[in-house]
Write a protein that binds this ligand. Structure first.
Ligand SMILES: *Cc1c(COP(=O)(O)O)cnc(C)c1O
Length: 211
């Protein structure tokens, strides 16, 4: 997988070390996770808090340079658990959650990096801030909630070319002065890297099929 990322970076004229491979370990076996760790992989994504604790609660203490990222929806009542476990939370998408995260960060003394999920396709069933609402939302994050935002994340609609959505997310990040861009999965990471992804979230192409 690293070789494929390197090739995609080179194709795009980018430095491979500017792109983080997030290995998405949801619904993968303990054996697969341990093999990834043995191979030196250190950045992992999970989409459910409960499952992430099952995978990482017992493992993380022994691995100083581990980075865990939440890439799935977060309920406000799980904010404290999420802040305790994750180093990056990529799915901040509403004020109620911002309030809960602020409280959890104060209570735990931990400060995970935060990304805002953007609903680039404005799909009613999908989480995320609509592009037009983003500047106001970001202003409230720093102004009202005291939260610093590191970047943006998106999951494009399945029926549309992903590149349109990646380009939109990159433009929104640029316009709002944000550095981190979490975009691209197994099927479209090359396109995401060409359009400026700082991290790609790779599940099946890294681990193989999920349970
Ligand atoms: C599962 C998941 C991925 C990984 O998907 P693959 O197609 O297996 O690479 C990436 N991002 C999110 C938000 C996911 O839920």
């Amino acid at each position: 997988m690293l070789a494929q990322l390197g090739a995609a970076a080179q194709q795009a004229g980018r430095n491979p070390s500017d792109i983080t491979l997030v290995a998405v370990s949801k619904r993968q076996s303990d054996e697969a996770i341990d093999a990834a760790l043995d191979a030196g992989q250190r950045v992992f994504g999970e989409n459910r808090v409960q499952e992430a604790f099952e995978h990482w609660g017992g493992r993380r203490a022994g691995i100083a340079d581990l980075e865990l990222r939440l890439i799935g929806p977060l309920q406000s009542n799980k904010a404290q658990d999420a802040v305790e476990l994750f180093d990056v939370i990529e799915t901040l998408d509403r004020d109620k959650l911002a309030i809960a995260l602020r409280k959890a960060m104060t209570a735990t003394g931990r400060t995970p990096r935060l990304l805002v999920q953007v609903n680039t396709g404005e799909e009613p069933q999908k989480a995320g801030i609509a592009p037009a609402e983003l500047p106001g939302f970001l202003a409230r994050m720093s102004g009202e909630h005291g939260l610093q935002i590191a970047g943006l994340m998106c999951i494009p609609p399945t029926a549309e070319p992903a590149g349109l959505h990646f380009a939109l997310l990159a433009r929104l990040a640029r316009e709002n002065g944000l550095e981190e861009l979490s975009m691209g999965m197994s099927a479209d990471f090359e396109t995401a890297i060409a359009l400026g992804a700082s991290s790609v979230r790779i599940g099946t192409a890294f681990f193989g099929a999920r349970d």
